[in-house]
Design a protein around this ligand. Structure first.
Ligand code: FES
Length: 184
């Protein structure tokens, strides 16, 4: 196998959903960063990207702003486009329509206008849902659904989990058929 390093950044240890798997599979290759704003990751990468042998490739996967920052750093350091790779997740860009959700614990009804995500609407009402990517990728914001049919727009849930309809990612997913009731 070709030598490699894996640089894994997350906002807090509880958001490092893949860490156990990665350190099991390739313990010597993983470098971690607890990083609120990306500065630690970029500082670590700046050091590593400057001394890689010719022919080294850089592959980036994660939230778009992070990928843009890392690839921008690599370009600044002179990495050619032919050695830069990224994986963008093809999120569902279907038009947004307004909808409402009800919270099971309080019976509170929350309106979600088309310009907001469900996660943003919950936050606006002071309801905290853990999140990481806000792009339907990481699964961190997974929220149980007790009634209604979600309009799944994430790339995290499996086909079976989508079909079950008992959870959704409020950072991107919306309502296909209401009333949508969340176990919050
Ligand atoms: S915050 Fe990552 S899937 Fe919602």
């Amino acid at each position: 196998m070709s030598p490699f390093e894996l640089h894994y950044a997350f906002r807090a240890p509880e958001h490092a959903a893949l860490l156990d798997d990665l350190t099991t599979v390739c313990p010597d290759a993983v470098r971690t960063y607890v990083d609120e704003d990306g500065s630690a990751l970029l500082a670590g990468l700046r050091e590593r990207l400057t001394d890689q042998p010719l022919g080294t490739h850089l592959s980036v996967c994660g939230p778009a702003p992070m990928m843009d920052a890392v690839l921008g750093l690599a370009r600044t350091l002179g990495w050619p486009e032919s050695r830069l790779h990224l994986e963008r997740f093809a999120l569902d860009e279907a038009p947004r329509r307004p909808f409402s959700v009800r919270l099971k614990s309080t019976d509170e009804v929350i309106d979600v206008p088309e310009e907001l995500t469900l996660l943003e609407a919950l936050e606006d009402r002071g309801i905290e849902v853990p999140y990481l990517c806000r792009q339907g990728v990481c699964g961190e914001c997974r929220t149980p659904v007790v009634d209604g049919t979600p309009d799944h727009r994430d790339v995290f849930l499996t086909a079976d989990e989508r079909a079950a309809g008992d959870a959704l990612m409020p950072c991107v997913s919306r309502c296909a058929r209401g009333p949508l009731v969340l176990d919050l």
